[in-house]
Every structure is written in structure tokens, then in C-alpha cells.
Write a protein that binds this ligand. Sequence first.
Ligand SMILES: *Cc1c(COP(=O)(O)O)cnc(C)c1O
Length: 340
Amino acid sequence: MTKGDLIDRRQLREFEENLARFVGTKYAVGLNSGYDALHLSLRAAGIAPGDEVIVPAHTFVATCSAVVNVGATPVLVDVGPDFNINVDLIEEAITPRTRAIIPVHLNGWMADMPRIMEIARRYNLVVVEDACQSLGASIHGKKAGSWGLTGCWSFYPFKILGGYGDGGAITTDDPDVALFVRRMRFNGEDRDTGEYHGHGFTCLLDNLQAAFLDVKLRHLPHWIQRRQALAEQYRQGLEDIPDLALPHYEKPGFVHVYQNYVVRSKQGDAFSNYLKENGVEVLTQFRKPYYKHKALKLVDRGFPETEALSREVCSLPMNVEIDEEEIDYVIEVVRSFYGK
Ligand SMILES: *Cc1c(COP(=O)(O)O)cnc(C)c1O
């Protein structure tokens, strides 16, 4: 701040290098938000009006809005019990207009990327990963955000690596995509020559945010271990309750980073309200699926798993500041709801 290093300075470049190294890609480009990452990824891939893009029916609305805002048509596909896109339903959603697929890695757990990449290869589709909730997650050692054309990141304060305001990035191995996004985030300008390479946007990651994020990134591996330990404490305390589904999935090679610890309670609102009344802060994202919001003008083809989990979701407290006694208290409240 004393040097006036506010826009596109050393701290941004260093954070980009460290983020790319962490994810395992050649490039990272800092942006203002996860939404910008999705939006510019689709533009970089040339997605345009007339194209269809497959997105999950259960995700944060920004995944879908990015598709609509480049003029393309989102095609929604239901999710599976692990909250991620149901890979068995992807092929029947593909048409001659399908150009891309956006798998979302929700809550810190990755969509089945080996199978999704195989389908994408067969149908010649672009894959853009919405990895906004899964920094550090991996499958067979290959990290989220390193599988598709781009990985899209958000550093919104609620995320596993959160800034002190909005922030985002893409990661990619493609030099042309990195260059395109670098220019488009700064009004289309090549900052070395002053040449405008297209009508762009203003959506750089603030230098100040990059400086904070670069420090926090060093702690992330340790924080992930801490989250995994807390998740294990929840599992041991709650796994004997039949009406409660816990987010532990047996899939060899998949690593969960527990950005969120989302359980499914058959008792829905009665469960989440009971926790709130007993001093446990919980989130219920999302009780109303985004495609049911009329103004978005989306087609509800019927998504039974999304409907069911929307009634049942409840995120229990999960962060690195919480201690074991607090988790024990949450476990006690949940058990008392179930008369245990
Ligand atoms: C947070 C999030 C986004 C959008 O990130 P912003 O930085 O808030 O724009 C997109 N997709 C998912 C799955 C997210 O969790």
C-alpha cells in the first residue's frame, strides 16, 4: 500500500505462479471472481449463441449464468448422491449443438473427471472445470483445475482459500487461453504494447488481495489436513444415524478437502431449524434449486436427486478456527435431535 502497488504488480504475478504450481498447471491468471473465471473460460473456448453447454442442476447459479451471458444455452443434468453431476446422465443430454461441459466439484469433492474427460474426448467437447469449491482436491494425485481446458477458482471469503473481498482465477496449460484471459481481464489490452485485442472487461484480481492470498496459500495444505481430521470426528460421532447421510464416499484415489461438510437429513427444515435453535450456525444451500427461479427462464426437465437433496441439505460448521469441543457440541445437538 505504501508503494501504491495496487493494480497488476509483483504480488499478483507471484500469487499466480504459486497457484499454478499448487494446482499443477503451466499458468494461472488472477481475476475478480469465480464468475469471471467461468465467463472468460467460455469466451476463450469460443462458446457463442447457438451452442449448448452441459451444467449440473445442483450448483451455485454463477455456473449457469456464465453460459447464458455468452449467449449459449445451458442444458441441465441431474446430480448423484455426492452432489456432483451424474455422469450416467451426460450422454443423453448431448445434442449436435453441444460444445462444452462444466463439471462442478462441489463442497471439496471432485466430479468423476476420468469418465467426464473420456466422454468429452468421444464427443469433442470442451471441458471447463468449476473448481470454485475444491482447491486442493484431487483424483489419483491429479488436482482439481488441471483436467479441463481451464479450472475456475473463486477466493470469495467463504471458500477454502478466501480473500478479504472478491477474487478469482483460472488455471490452464494452454498458452493461448492464458494470453486471451490476461488481455480480456484488462479491457482487451496488451499491457506491453498498448494494443487492444478485442472488447474486454475490467476484472483483474486486486494486487492487495493477491498479496493476502499468496500468504494464505502457504497454509492451505495444513488447513486441508485439519479439515479432514474434523470431518473424521463428525463421521465417528454421527455415522450410526440412519436418517442422516454423511459426505464420506468410497472412491479409490479421490481426495476430499471438505470445503463444506454437507449432510443430508431426511427431516430437512425441522433438522436445520433445531440446530439453529440450539446455537449451531448452519447453511442450507440451496433449498430452492436455481432453475426454479422464474426470472432465470430455465427449463425444469425434472431433476429428482437435486429436488431431494435440496430439501435435505444442511452444512455443519467446518473451518480451521473451530476446535474439537465445538465439533463435539454439534455432534451432541445432532444426536439429541435424533433422540440419541
Ligand atoms: C463461489 C462459486 C462460484 C462463483 O464464485 P464468485 O467468486 O462468487 O463469483 C461459482 N461456482 C461455484 C460452485 C461456487 O461455489
